[in-house]
Design a protein around this ligand. Structure first.
Ligand code: FE2
Length: 316
């Protein structure tokens, strides 16, 4: 049986892609952004997902104002890199997983989520930048990717609640896939930013940190947040964060936050990144915990170890 082991959120700022492509990652401005993902790269190299489902938004590359699906699932065998005005990014073609994607489509649509199915689709920085941040710059991406494009560019985007419930439906779909696959779900975009208008450059770190806290511990607090609140608190483009709720809905209720990174700014955006592991579906911490958890006597020890890990995480 396939299983979702973890969720990752990551900003998908286009300038991060440009910094990678133009070999500027070691410049002081960019260094702190990329250093923040070094541990994440180590983490995902250990997890070795068989498939990643990447929730992102298209930026008028595959779609345009003439046609914008609310939820578009990539069911193709591969997804070429879009030309966003200065040629396609020099990154590998994204290979899909048509079998799992078709299975997700079947299950999720029968669960009454009306997905648009894309058997041909180019992918832009919204998908490729998070792949770079997590996997670096390999010759080939290390695993197949199923893109899920969400409309957050033309109002009305889907609600956070709708996104969370779609995540739940994706979880159910993946868990009913017969092949033994380890799946990681990415939620991308955010955090607070506004790229035009009087409030261009808006950053709200207090809101961002509270959002990350709730994403881990209390996502139900986020699912009812309406679009106006996202825009008021996190800027017009901050509404991208509804996509993170698809990732969170695809995880279990209780998760382990194994890493968090936040920095300001990257371009004119707050970069927020979090890694959440499922407790019972084979997350690394869950696997490490399993044998010890059988012994009642070891429970206090585990609690102390968890507290130590938490403190280390906060300090790092
Ligand atoms: Fe975006």
């Amino acid at each position: 049986m396939a299983r979702i082991v973890a969720g990752v959120t990551s900003s998908h700022v286009p300038a991060i892609g440009a910094a990678i492509d133009n070999h500027r990652t070691s410049e002081p401005y960019w260094q702190r952004v990329f250093e923040g993902f070094e541990r994440s790269k180590e983490w995902i190299a250990k997890v070795k997902p068989d498939v990643c489902i990447v929730v992102y938004n298209d930026h008028a590359s595959a779609f345009s104002v003439e046609m914008i699906p609310t939820f578009a699932l990539g069911t193709a065998a591969e997804f070429p890199i879009a030309d966003e005005g200065w040629g396609p990014r020099p990154v590998p073609v994204v290979k899909g997983h048509p079998q799992l994607a078709a299975h997700i489509a079947q299950s999720v649509i029968l669960d009454e989520f009306d997905l648009t199915l894309c058997n041909k689709m180019e992918v832009d920085h919204g998908l490729t930048v998070p792949l770079n941040l997590m996997f670096g710059t390999p010759k080939e991406w290390p695993c197949p990717v199923i893109p899920l494009a969400v409309n957050v560019v033309m109002f009305p985007p889907p609600t956070g609640n709708r996104c969370f419930n779609l995540g739940r439906a994706i979880k159910k779909a993946v868990e009913s896939y017969p092949e033994d696959l380890k799946v990681v779900v990415f939620g991308t975009g955010g955090m607070s930013h506004q790229i035009s208008g009087q409030r261009a450059g808006l950053i709200n770190s207090k809101f961002d940190h509270a959002f990350l806290d709730n994403l881990t511990r209390n996502p139900q607090k986020l699912v009812r947040m309406d679009h106006l609140e996202y825009m008021r608190e996190a800027g017009a483009e901050g509404v991208e964060m509804v996509m993170w709720l698809i990732m969170r809905g695809a995880l279990e209720d209780k998760v382990d936050e194994v890493y968090r990174f936040y920095t300001v700014p990257a371009s004119n955006t707050a970069v927020g990144h979090i890694i959440l592991e499922n407790r019972s579906k084979g997350g690394r911490k869950a696997a490490a915990r399993k044998p010890a958890a059988k012994s009642r006597k070891s429970a206090p020890k585990l609690k102390r170890a968890a507290a130590r890990q938490k403190i280390q995480r906060i300090r790092s």
